[in-house]
Write a new protein. Structure first.
Length: 330
């Protein structure tokens, strides 16, 4: 409320001044959006961008928390979700589904893909005692494989979904938002609240938190760790696919969209605190807002750089992240 009131004040004050000047000169001078209006619009866009990053980053954080794997291929799960929904919805060779069932199909496909990757690749590697560094190198190779597989199947031409393409913005005073973007933001927030409720109120959520806190103790307590890890991979794949659909809806669908978003996902996870799902949500929201607000003063091409600078500044003050816990080293 304070930001909205401040934005309205900054917007109306120059307007009165311009009207007075126009009456003195006998003509009205047309002005563009004031700084306050642009700031409020950037804040709205930043919140939307941040919650989309958060949906994608939560799975990345949960995977790291349970098996301590830095999954460099997580961005490709985002791309696959977006392109699979595009195939179901808008591709000439697809079935032409409406976007809502196409998005649900993409989420289900993302969950199955996450389960297949864990059962077919990561579980055998864990059983063989493969080191984390070696597994990290494997994630880079998997990322390159999946990205170029999408390139072959989807192509280089960006696309957009068949529904909700062109809409008039809803007037919010000095700012505006289209119904599509508003619904995406609300659905993203509800999804994050649903993930939080799952982690806090369900048995599988309690098991996930127990494995993240102490894997050996959780296994000694009778928790099926392998089953928990499988559920985490399915949840991470589903959330990544949903985030990809949302990102493709507000931007465009492209073969490398997940890779472009990957750095911001990592930034959100690190900023919030490694292994903390709630930290990933908060950190991603901060990253999204900083990235969009920076465009008020600097070129759009540098918005990701300023988001990473914010990450560095916060880590200098709080090395464990916003919601992370201090760990003793050595």
């Amino acid at each position: 409320m304070f930001v909205a009131a401040l934005a309205l004040f900054l917007m109306t004050a120059p307007a009165f001044s311009a009207a007075a000047h126009g009456s003195a000169q006998g003509e009205e001078v047309a002005r563009g959006p004031t700084f306050g209006a642009r700031a409020l619009q950037a804040l709205i866009d930043g919140i939307q961008f941040g919650v989309i990053i958060a949906i994608c980053a939560v799975g990345l954080s949960l995977i790291f928390g349970t098996i301590h794997l830095i999954n460099f291929a997580h961005g490709e799960l985002v791309t696959i979700g977006a392109t699979f929904a595009f195939f179901l919805n808008a591709s000439p060779s697809g079935p032409g589904w409406h976007l809502i069932p196409a998005a649900l199909g993409a989420v289900a496909f993302g969950a199955l893909l996450g389960a297949a990757i864990d059962r077919g690749l990561w579980r055998p590697l864990r059983a063989r005692g493969t080191g984390l560094i070696n597994m990290f190198i494997v994630t880079i190779g998997l990322s390159l494989l999946l990205r170029h597989l999408v390139l072959v199947l989807y192509g280089t031409r960006p696309g957009s979904y068949a529904q909700y393409d062109i809409q008039e913005a809803i007037d919010l005073g000095p700012a505006g938002i289209t119904p599509r973007d508003l619904i995406v933001t609300l659905l993203a927030v509800l999804t994050l609240l649903g993930v939080a409720a799952l982690l806090q109120k369900t048995r599988i959520g309690t098991a996930i938190r127990a494995v993240s806190a102490d894997r050996d103790l959780a296994e000694a307590s009778g928790i099926n760790v392998q089953r928990v890890v499988l559920v985490v991979w399915m949840l991470g794949g589903a959330l990544a696919a949903l985030g990809g659909v949302f990102f493709g809806l507000v931007e465009v669908v492209s073969w490398d969209m997940g890779f472009k978003l990957l750095l911001l996902m990592f930034a959100g996870v690190i900023l919030g605190g490694l292994g903390s799902a709630y930290g990933a949500m908060v950190g991603s929201l901060v990253i999204g807002i900083v990235a969009q607000m920076s465009t008020l003063w600097f070129p759009v091409d540098l918005q990701y750089a300023w988001a990473l600078l914010a990450l560095i500044i916060v880590l200098l003050v709080r090395p464990q992240g916003i919601l992370g816990q201090r760990e003793r080293v050595g």
